[in-house]
Design a protein around this ligand. Structure first.
Ligand code: GLY
Length: 392
């Protein structure tokens, strides 16, 4: 173990003044990027520090739209609102035409674009787009095993698995239930998190990235990694998806058993951080390793801790809020970009994927910015600076 909760409390914490400065830097970079990324979207990760323009494809474009909405909320500048609206329209088109949506990532894409547009501006078309996306996601629910199938054609035995990342897609279903009164969406989401927690959380409180289910019986079969270092290791971003995903389901369901799940997953994350608090891409690696970091994992974890802190008793609330502020301090100091000639992204030192002997990935976006790192960094700053109403 690299840290104890006590050693983490010895680190400096982000206060509002520091968060405000970081937010100003973030807003400045987003504003500068709007020319290139309004009609187009930034690529999932930067290349030598710079995002390239892409169409509205992959699972990653909604993060940029969400970051623009956060910049709008902070500044109230119409320029951001107009740009985010152009993008929300693009998401409506995407789901209407079913462009690159044969996967479960509807929440990542639509909560931060269309749901945000509806919540912030009352945009009815965006609401309709988000509801179409929720219906599409519901189509991936597998009754045998009670889970949302992550990838590939639904029902195929070779693709019959869930992944921990999906916990962030569940809020779209909870939201759709609240909007429409149709309970089935929330029921699917609740069934999914129950199934997921039953199989992906290990006894030592680390998590599997993905878990195959038996398509005949629906019973959990075995866990494997996709982006982690080993099947049995803890992929840092996966563990962070667990932290925030549990907090979000707690927000909607108020199931008290999730509190213990949250503390287990979060304490594992915190106690395995290296000395500078910026996680390596997998918790197999610790202080002194030359392996790359994944700053996005820390940003996600900060948001999850700040969300869950709202529902905890005073001692626990303090513990996780204090930890979140310390991770955020480290992120601002070590990874916050201030220099547009270095990068057009916000949060440096992320890793999209790192190839290893046991995973099937190739290196991708290693020691680069990525759109979700930028988004969760902005969300974390927003949470410190305001009483933020979630898009999730
Ligand atoms: N959800 C995919 C990833 O975290 O890379």
């Amino acid at each position: 173990m690299a840290q104890t909760l006590e050693t983490i409390m010895g680190y400096p914490a982000a206060d509002k003044e520091l968060a405000r400065k970081a937010m100003e830097d973030g807003v400045r970079i987003i504003r500068a990027d709007l020319g290139e990324f309004t009609e187009h979207f930034p690529s999932s990760n930067s290349f030598n520090g710079f995002y390239q323009p892409t169409e509205n494809v992959e699972w990653t474009t909604g993060f940029w739209t969400g970051a623009i909405w956060l910049a709008y909320e902070y500044t109230k500048d119409e320029q951001f609102k107009q740009a985010a609206k152009v993008q929300a329209d693009s998401f409506f088109h995407r789901i209407e035409r079913k462009i690159d949506v044969n996967h479960h990532d509807m929440g990542f894409l639509f909560s931060l674009s269309c749901v945000a547009a509806y919540k912030l501006t009352g945009d009815e078309k965006a609401r309709e787009g988000a509801l179409m996306a929720a219906e599409h996601l519901a189509g991936r629910y597998r009754e045998k095993g009670r889970f949302l199938q992550a990838w590939g054609n639904t029902g195929e035995a070779s693709e019959y698995r869930l992944i921990i990342d999906c916990l962030l897609n569940l809020p779209l279903l909870y939201w759709a239930s609240e909007e429409t009164g149709e309970k089935r969406y929330a029921q699917m989401a609740e069934n999914h998190i129950r199934t997921a927690m039953k199989c992906i959380l290990r006894e030592d409180d680390s998590t599997y990235h993905t878990y195959f289910m038996d398509p005949e019986t629906g019973e959990p079969s075995y866990g494997v990694t996709h982006q982690g270092n080993r099947d049995q290791s803890a992929w840092a971003r996966g563990q962070a998806w667990g932290i925030y995903g549990i907090a979000l389901s707690y927000h909607y369901l108020k199931d008290e058993s999730y509190i213990r799940l949250f503390t287990r997953v979060t304490d594992f994350f915190l106690t395995h951080l290296p000395k500078d608090l910026i996680p390596y891409w997998d918790f197999d690696f610790d202080t002194g390793s030359t392996e790359p970091r994944d700053s996005s994992a820390a940003a996600i974890a900060v948001c999850g801790m700040l969300e869950m802190a709202k529902y905890l008793d005073e001692a626990q609330r303090k513990k996780y809020t204090d930890a979140a502020h310390r991770l955020l301090y480290a992120l601002i100091q070590e990874c916050g970009n201030r220099d547009l000639s270095r990068s057009n992204g916000l949060l440096l030192h992320g890793t999209y994927a790192r190839g290893s002997r046991e995973n099937t990935c190739k290196d991708r976006g290693v020691d680069e910015c990525n759109t979700w790192g930028d988004y969760f960094y902005m969300e974390a700053l927003t949470r410190v600076l305001s009483d933020w109403k979630m898009y999730w």
